[in-house]
Design a protein around this ligand. Structure first.
Ligand SMILES: Cc1ncc(COP(=O)(O)O)c(C=O)c1O
Length: 487
């Protein structure tokens, strides 16, 4: 973590404001301490609801003027695009969820087809509902030792495009939730040879491209657009996201229209300024900070490798697969312990963890961690494993990575169709009207418009039985499911 010198300003310890116009606007507004007669109604006063509203400054009429006269927003977006080697960029306060919907609406029209990885997040699927698009699914390969996804083989996408030459774009999620990455450059070549753009949901890889030992980011690798959640791995407020594009194959006006159509008209200036600051930080200090991150993660990896039965995904994955070395994905099945019980132990010690399911634990370690925080995490995992240690269990890949979707209707047709509630057993063979996803990772196992298979229902029930939460179903017990009405 960066050290703070004696003379530094605690409001801007690394002196980023000169490189971050929204941060500058945010600090200036706060220093001015105005008595505003606009939104938000809390007026930055703490006497009614307390400190929860202390740092909330709006983007319009706060960080910049209501009419955006300072030009800070446009300048921050320009700097964002430049930092990613793109020519269009927007800071979002709606997460990668907003970015995914923006990109789907900007690239497609109702009736279009797209080739999409099945490791997509639900936000991209709901983007398809908004845009009226039909998916052609491509699945990732799964590592046999850990049951985790590795990459989407380029030939699989090439084959999908050969069968569906009408496809308007290819959408991938890179990295996966567990830090594995496809050959984005080869995917870009394939998409471009069909005259269509490659779009990458890089939600989990906001730091990609800012250190030579990390994967290149998707734009560097040749993709036409990416969305990333600054809040997930960079020092930015929750909800902060970045959307960037090269406009050779994508229309900049449609990008702006789609972004604005799905955005709030009252963005948080605090969230946006933190994203701008995180961008400036990565540009200026990224290599140094990420070098430190890679060292502490490597140290953790060394300690975890010593524990009998623990397996690290990047130790066993096919060497041809690109991996994010700043990410730890720990398979625990060989110890007999479960990831969910380890999570419970970690939570009890004040260390909630990003990903935990039966066989896997996956922490987020960021540039805000240091050797001590990571050592405490590793100590916690090791103690929990030893407390639970029993017979090794065979690995069971989650249904999230292995689901075999059969598209019957477009997601939009099914979403808006009349539907009925039937028992899960009766639902098998019928068309799903709802989206159902184990969380984490939030990847739909049932999606509107897909035939409900016995394997999908069994997989969801197995996830629930293991203690994984299954979300978004109308009936959270999964005793019943919503299907498209047949009459
Ligand atoms: C691959 C992927 N894309 C998009 C999102 C949505 O990101 P956000 O929570 O920033 O809206 C997530 C969230 O977990 C995700 O895993």
């Amino acid at each position: 973590m960066a050290s703070v010198g004696v003379m530094t300003n605690p409001d801007d310890p690394l002196g980023l404001r000169d490189d971050a116009p929204l941060l500058d606007g945010w600090l200036s507004y706060r220093a001015m301490g105005p008595v505003p007669f606009g939104t938000p109604g809390h007026k930055q006063r703490l006497d009614l609801v307390g400190t929860v509203v202390r740092d909330d400054i709006p983007l319009y009429g706060g960080v910049d003027t209501i009419r955006q006269q300072a030009g800070a927003i446009a300048e921050a977006d320009r700097r964002l695009a430049r930092a990613w080697g793109a020519d269009w960029g927007r800071i979002s306060v709606g997460g990668s969820t907003h970015g995914n919907q923006t990109l789907m609406l900007a690239l497609c029209r109702p009736g279009d087809t797209v080739v999409v990885t099945r490791t997509l997040h639900r936000s991209l699927l709901l983007g398809m509902v908004l845009a009226g698009v039909t998916p052609v699914w491509v699945r990732p390969d799964v590592d046999p030792t850990t049951g985790l996804p590795t990459h989407v083989p380029v030939e699989r996408v090439a084959q999908a495009l050969a069968v569906h030459p009408e496809a308007k774009a290819v959408f991938l999620v890179e990295p996966t939730y567990v830090g594995t990455v496809s050959d984005v450059a080869a995917h870009a070549t394939v998409a471009h040879s069909h005259g269509i753009p490659l779009v990458v949901d890089q939600a989990w890889g906001a730091y990609f491209g800012f250190h030579p030992d990390l994967p290149r980011h998707a734009i560097q690798a040749g993709a036409d657009a990416l969305v990333t959640s600054a809040h997930k791995t960079l020092p930015a407020y929750t909800q902060a996201a970045l959307v960037v594009a090269r406009t050779g194959r994508i229309d900049a006006d449609r990008l702006d229209r789609a972004f604005d159509a799905t955005a709030t008209t009252s963005p948080s200036g605090t969230i946006a300024a933190s994203a701008d600051a995180a961008r400036a930080l990565m540009e200026r200090d990224g290599e140094r900070l990420l070098g430190h991150l890679l060292r502490i993660v490597d140290h953790a990896r060394g300690r975890l490798r010593e524990v009998p039965g623990l397996v690290l995904l990047d130790d066993v994955v096919d060497p041809a697969v690109i991996v994010d070395r700043a990410k730890l994905a720990i398979n625990v099945s060989g110890t007999g312990a479960t990831g969910l019980a380890i999570e419970e132990d970690l939570v009890a010690q004040g260390m909630p963890v990003e990903l935990a399911d039966r066989d896997t634990v996956g922490p987020i370690i960021s540039v805000n961690d240091d050797q001590d925080t990571v050592d405490a995490f590793v100590d916690g995992v090791i103690a929990s494993v030893e407390r639970q240690r029993t017979e090794p269990r065979p690995v069971l890949p989650s249904i999230s990575w292995t689901v075999e979707p059969q598209v019957v209707l477009s997601p939009r047709e099914a979403y808006f169709a009349a539907h009925e509630t039937v028992s899960a057993e009766t639902a098998i063979g019928q068309v799903s009207a709802e989206l159902v996803a184990p969380y984490p990772p939030g990847i739909p196992v049932l999606a509107p418009g897909e035939r409900i298979t016995a394997a999908a229902v069994a997989g969801l029930r197995a996830a629930m039985a293991d203690g994984t939460q299954v979300r978004y179903a109308a009936d959270p017990t999964l005793d019943t499911l919503q299907v498209v009405a047949t009459s």
